[in-house]
Design a protein around this ligand. Sequence first.
Ligand code: FAD
Length: 462
Amino acid sequence: ALTVVWFRDDLRISDNPALAAAADSGDDVVACYILDEETEGIRPLGGASRWWLHHSLAALGASLDELGIPLVLRRGAAGEVLPGIVQEASAHAVAWNRRYGLAERTTDASLKTSFAEQGVEATSYQANLMYEPWEVTSGSGEAYKVFTPFWRACLASRTPRKPLPAPEALRGPVLGSDRLDAWGLLPTAPDWAQGLRATWTPGEAGAHARLDDFLEDAAHGYKDARDRPAVDGTSRLSPHLRFGEISPFEVWHAAQDRKDSSTAEDIRVFGSELGWREFSWQLLYFNPQLATVNYRPEFDAFAWESSTEAELDAWQRGRTGYPLIDAGMRQMWEIGWMHNRVRMATASFLIKNLMIDWRVGERWFWDCLVDADAASNAASWQWVAGSGADASPYFRIFNPVLQSKKFDPQGAYLVRFVPELADAENVHEPWKGQAPGYPEPVVDLKESRQRALSAYKALSEG
Ligand code: FAD
């Protein structure tokens, strides 16, 4: 007997319930990944994520080879490609780990139905969220609107299950496969991935190494260090979690195991950040259009600026004249990741100081981030915009100068990503002195803040 295991956002062999079930059944196993850029509603990956996916698939393929089977790569609409593989392999069963976007769920549900009609047993497993989005709901059976009660209810409901071990060996036939290189996931000319290569090790081993490093020292003091962009104070697990190279269960339990009296508070805060990931996915599950539709519909009438090409270009290139904004945007361009505090500041600047629709920023992040996540990115952009659930109120406008003075007082982060500022007389406010080669501010902070507040006032007064 043979089971097909369909890998999607779970590019790992340990704590992979679908793979574990297939291995435990004693069946032969065919492992496959389908690059689906055809099914309507499945959002095509951005450039940085494509780079990551390439390397992550290479790593997964190598791990499976070691276990004894290859990773079969196919391209096309999953609704057609997967049944083809099942037929070719004469499989009696298919297994996968659940995903939560609407188009993805619809595809999976219709595959399940058609497999059942053909007598093929299709089973799905919980793997990528510690709490299924429908599992912990508010009193009225709906999604939570506020994070704190959501996360409290999750933790009260049960402890996340323990991770499963990786299978020791697998066997199965060799099916035809695309060549990964032929998928064109990597940039050619220009090669913008140099900073990504220097920074990251995609794949399961890289993910575990990151986790160990983080728990070794950074976890100690995380609560405060997580706000300082110049410090390597966060786990940087986000792309690994996004592609499922490590499971939240693994991260959760490894962190709990390191808890002692001196780290308890740091580990609690770290755990609640994983909770924000779960919360974002619950929001997306109940609001599938979270990346495009205001969660709070009153924002539909907001008067965004319309002719903003020059300002948008300055923001995207990190040339706004505001050091923290420029450092963040260039960090993202260089390494495909941006520090959380700076994500909040750059998003606030786009939405409030430039008054550009949050969706424009959401799309740019989607293209540039190696951790671009359908739920966390959309929920966070709406959070900053004030249009989201449990959102920061629209009138709270990050001041990039105060933010960098407070969280990067020495300007180490600023200079690291904006080298022109190395010789600036005033690194936080370069316009107050000489800063050769660095642009003038693209907008006045005070005026643009006032403009945003007036627009918001007009909206709230209807
Ligand atoms: P750590 O501080 O080590 O946190 C551990 C893990 O918890 C992260 O890896 C992540 O999976 C999760 N997490 C932490 N903070 C958040 C949060 N606020 N919301 C949801 N999950 C969180 N995160 C993404 O994973 N993908 C995105 O596309 C994304 N887009 C964002 C866009 C904006 C405008 C903002 C303000 C935040 C965004 N975030 C996104 C959330 C957060 O910035 C990143 O998860 C975090 O910076 C990742 O770094 P880390 O792994 O070192 O985090």
